[in-house]
Design a protein around this ligand. Sequence first.
Ligand code: PLP
Length: 439
Amino acid sequence: MLPTLPAKNVFPHTALVNGQGHLVIGGCDTLDLAADFGTPLYVFDEQTLRDICRAYLREFRARYPKTQVIYAAKAFSNQALTRLLAEEGLGMDVVSGGEMALAKAGGMPLPQVYFHGNNKSPQELADALDWGVGRIVVDSFHELGLLEHLTERAGKTQDILIRVSPGVDPHTHAKIATGILDSKFGFSIATGDAEKAVRQALGSSRLRLLGLHCHIGSQLFEVEPYQEAIRITLSFAAQMREYGLKLAEFGAGGGFGIAYLRGQRPPTIAQYADALVGTLKGGLQDLSLGEPAFVIEPGRSIVGPAGVALYTVGARKEIPGVRTYLSVDGGMGDNIRPALYEAQYEAFVANRMDAPATDVVTIAGKFCESGDVLVKDAALAPSQPGDLIALPAAGAYCIPMASNYNMAPKPAIVMVKDGKARLIRRRETYQDMMAADVG
Ligand SMILES: *Cc1c(COP(=O)(O)O)cnc(C)c1O
C-alpha cells in the first residue's frame, strides 16, 4: 500500500505519494520534474483542468441549459492552456489587449471572448472591434463614449453588456471585493449611474445591449452574496424594460472559492450551481424576464487547484526563541500573493511526503524584501538543502503576477498527464529579461 496523501483537498486530482515517499502529479514524480526542468517550477495537472471545466459545464447546464462558461484568463493563461479550454468548449474573459492577443494566438474563437476592464484604451477597443470579440463588457461612461465613436468610425455594430455594481459585500479580502459601492468597477445601481448607462447604450444605433453583468469578488466561500447580487441585478433589469432593455444575456461573474488550506471546504461546483441557478430561475420567473443566456466566469477555481509550485530548499536560519527561516529558490517574484494579501498556503517536503511534520519553519523566498515570505510557521517534515518543497493550489494568480524583481527569470511551467511532462513555458533566460532594453 502506498503512503496516504496528506491534505488531499489542496492537491490536483491525480496527486499521490509513491513508495519512495515522493509526491507524484499526473503520473510524474515531482523529483524527476525538478531534475528535468529545474526549480522554481510550476506544474499543471491536465486531468484536473479538464475535470473542472467539464464539471462547470455539466453541473450548470444540467440545471440551466443556456449556460456559458467563460474562463477568466487573468487567473493564469498561456497558449497551451487556451487551446485546452477551447477544446473543452469554454470561452475566455480577457481584461487587456495582451490577454485578447493571447486568446487569439491560443486559438480561442473570438466570438467566445468577453472583454472586461475598467479602463480599456482606445487602441484596445479598436482592436476588439477589428478582431471581432464577442462581447465588450462596458464599465464606464468614458468607455461608452469611446465605443460609440469607434463603432461609428469603423461602420460596425458591437454586442455589449453593461457591468453593474450591485452593492453587495462578498465577505472576502478587501483587495478582491469588486461589487461594493466603493469600487472602481462597474456602474453603480444605487447611484443611478447604471440606469443612465443602460439608457445611453439603448440609444446608440451601433451598440447592441444584450444584457447585464456583475462580478462581486473573488475567493468567495458563501453563496448568499451571489444570490443577493443576482436578485438585485435582475430586479434592475426588470426596471430597465421601461426603456426597452430586453435581457438576452446575464452574467454573474466568477469568484468561486478554492481550498488553499487543509481544513477548507468551499462549496462544490454542484452546490454553487444549485444556489446560483436556483436564484436565477426564481428571479427570472418572478419578474417575467424570459430565459436569457447565463454566463459564469470562473478563473481561480479552474486553474488554482490544478497547479503546484516546486522549490528547492537552500539556506536555513534559526533564531532561537523567535523563528526559523527556511529559504527557497523562488518567492515573491513568482508568487506575490502572501505579500500582497496575506494569502496562505500549505507546504510539503515533496521528497519526504511520508515523514511526520515535526519541523516548524517560515518559508522565505530569495528576494530582497523582508516581506518575501511564502508560508509563515509551516509544519514540515525535517528538510535539508536540496530537498524539494511543494506548494499546492498555486495555479491561480501566481504566474500572471510574476515579476522580474531582482532580475529573477520567471519560472518554467509544465503540463503533466499520464506520466508525461510537456513544457508549456520555458524558463526565462537573463537574455530574455534584457531583450527589451534599448541602448
Ligand atoms: C477576475 C474576474 C473573474 C474571475 O474571478 P475568479 O475569482 O478568478 O474566479 C471573473 N469575471 C471578472 C469580470 C473578473 O474580473
